[in-house]
Design a protein around this ligand. Structure first.
Ligand SMILES: Cc1ncc(COP(=O)(O)O)c(C=O)c1O
Length: 394
C-alpha cells in the first residue's frame, strides 16, 4: 500500500538512538550519552525573552509563508556578511529548520531520473531527502586518508548525463571535515562546467575551530550563486534546535518555487520562533564564541581520550561537534560495537552504518565535561576487560 518512493526509507537512525539513550537515562541508568546532534547549552536568554515578548504582543498569527520580512532581511545580512554574497531578502526562504529547507529544495528542484551526488560519510538524511523527491542519490566516497574531504576527480568519475546536483556539507556531520578553498574552487569549476546545481549545507558554519576557518563554495566562486541553494539556520549556532528555524538562499525563481512547496505543506514556520531567530541573528554574538570555545576544549579532551583506547583511530575534527572514530581495529561492524558499548558500558554513540560508513562510530562532544570523562572511563574499563582488543562475538 505504501508509495513506491518510500521503499527503503526508515526513520532517522540518529534520532532513534538518541531517544534510546534518553530512555535509559530516564530509567535511572548513568548513561554517558554521546548521541546528541544538538548543543547542550540553553538557548541564550535574550532569544528566549524575544519569544516571550512576541507572545505577549500577540505575534501569534500566520506570517507570510517565506517568513517575516525582518527575519528574511536579517538572514540575508547574516549570510552576506560572512560570505560576501549579495542575497536580497526576496532570495531567502525561512523554514521549519534546515532539514525542511533541504526538503523544499529537493522537492522544488529534483525529479524522477535526476541523479544527485552525495559524499559519504553523509548526514543520514541526504539520501532519503533525495529519494523523497523521486530522484536518485549517487554516493561518492571520501577517504579517511584525505581527512574525508571530497575529491573533485571522484566527482568527475561519478558524473553521468543525468547528474543534476551536488550536495556539499562543510563542516560535515558526521566527520567534522571542513572543505578547503582549493577543493571548493575545483568543485565549483566542475559544477559550472557541467551546469550542476549545488546544494551547500552550511548549518555548522559557526562551529569551526582555529586554525581552520569556514569557507563557503560561494566565496571560492561567487558566480556559482546562480545555480546554488545555500542552507543554514539557527539550530546549531544558537542552540535553538527545538525552535525549528532554518533558511535557504538562492536564485529568486528557485526560492519562489520552494516557497510554493512550503505554502502547500507547512505554511509559515512558527511565528514565535521567527521572532526568537530574529533576536538571535541581530543580538549579541558573544554566546556563539563562548559555545565554540567550550566545544573546542571538549573536542580536544574527547579525541585525546578516544585515541588512547586500543582499536580506535580518531582524527581531530576541524568543525561541527562530532568525533568520528574508526573502530575497524575492534574486529566487528560499528553497529555491533555501539550496541555492546551501550549494553556493557552504558556509553551511547551513533554507529556509522546510517552515515554510509560501517567502520566508524560518531561521538558528539556537545556533551558535558563530566559526561566525557565518565564515558572515557567506561570505555577504558570495557576495553581493559577485553584484554585491550578483542570484542565479544555476537
Ligand atoms: C548536516 C546537517 N544538516 C541539517 C541539519 C538539520 O538542522 P535543523 O535542526 O535546523 O533542521 C542537521 C541536523 O542535525 C545536520 O547535521
Amino acid at each position: 500500500m505504501l508509495a513506491d518512493r518510500l521503499r527503503g526509507i526508515e526513520g532517522s537512525p540518529t534520532l532513534v538512538l538518541a531517544a534510546k539513550a534518553k530512555a535509559l537515562a530516564k530509567a535511572g541508568k548513568p548513561v554517558a550519552d554521546f548521541t546528541a546532534g544538538e548543543p547542550d547549552v540553553p538557548t541564550p536568554a535574550h532569544v528566549k525573552r524575544a519569544a516571550i515578548e512576541a507572545i505577549e504582543a500577540n505575534r501569534t498569527y500566520y506570517t507570510p509563508v517565506a517568513g517575516i520580512p525582518e527575519l528574511r532581511e536579517a538572514a540575508a545580512r547574516h549570510l552576506n556578511q560572512a560570505r560576501g554574497t549579495r542575497y536580497e531578502p526576496s532570495q531567502l526562504l525561512v523554514s521549519d529548520g534546515a532539514k525542511h529547507s533541504l526538503y523544499n529544495a529537493f522537492q522544488a528542484l529534483c525529479q524522477a531520473g535526476d541523479e544527485v551526488l552525495v559524499f559519504s560519510p553523509y548526514w543520514v538524511s541526504y539520501p532519503p531527502l533525495v529519494q523523497l523527491a523521486s530522484a536518485k542519490p549517487v554516493i561518492v566516497a571520501t577517504r579517511e586518508e584525505d581527512g574525508f574531504l571530497p575529491d573533485p576527480a571522484a566527482v568527475r568519475q561519478a558524473l553521468t548525463a543525468r547528474t543534476k546536483a551536488l550536495v556539499l556539507n562543510s563542516p560535515s556531520n558526521p566527520t567534522g571535515a571542513v572543505i578547503d578553498e582549493g577543493r571548493l574552487k575545483a568543485l565549483a569549476a566542475l559544477a559550472l562546467e557541467r551546469n550542476l546545481m549545488v546544494i551547500t549545507d552550511e548549518i555548522y558554519d559557526a562551529l569551526v575551530y582555529p586554525p581552520a576557518a569556514h569557507r563557503s563554495i560561494l566565496q571560492a566562486s561567487p558566480e556559482l550563486a546562480k545555480q546554488t541553494v545555500l542552507v543554514a539556520g539557527v539550530s546549531k549556532t544558537y542552540s535553538m534546535t527545538g525552535w525549528r528555524i532554518g533558511f535557504a538562499a538562492g536564485p529568486k525563481e528557485w526560492i519562489e518555487a520552494m516557497t510554493n512547496v512550503q505554502s502547500h505543506s507547512t505554511s509559515n514556520p512558527a511565528s514565535i520562533s521567527q521572532h526568537a531567530a530574529l533576536a538571535a541573528l541581530t543580538g549579541d554574538q558573544g554566546c556563539v564564541a563562548d559555545m565554540r570555545r567550550q566545544f573546542e576544549q571538549r573536542r580536544n579532551r574527547l579525541v585525546e581520550g578516544l585515541s588512547r583506547l586500543p582499536g580506535l583511530r580518531c582524527q581531530k575534527p576541524d568543525g561541527a561537534f562530532y568525533a568520528w572514530c574508526n573502530v575497524s581495529g575492534l574486529g566487528q561492524p560499528a553497529g555491533a560495537i555501539a550496541a555492546q558499548w551501550l549494553e556493557d558500558a552504558l556509553v551511547a554513540t551513533v554507529p556509522g552504518e546510517g552515515f554510509g560508513a560501517p567502520q566508524h562510530i560518531r561521538f558528539s562532544f556537545a556533551a558535558s565535561g563530566e559526561t566525557i570523562e565518565r564515558g572515557l572511563r567506561a570505555l577504558g574499563a570495557w576495553s581493559a576487560k577485553r584484554g585491550g582488543k578483542a570484542c565479544r562475538t555476537a
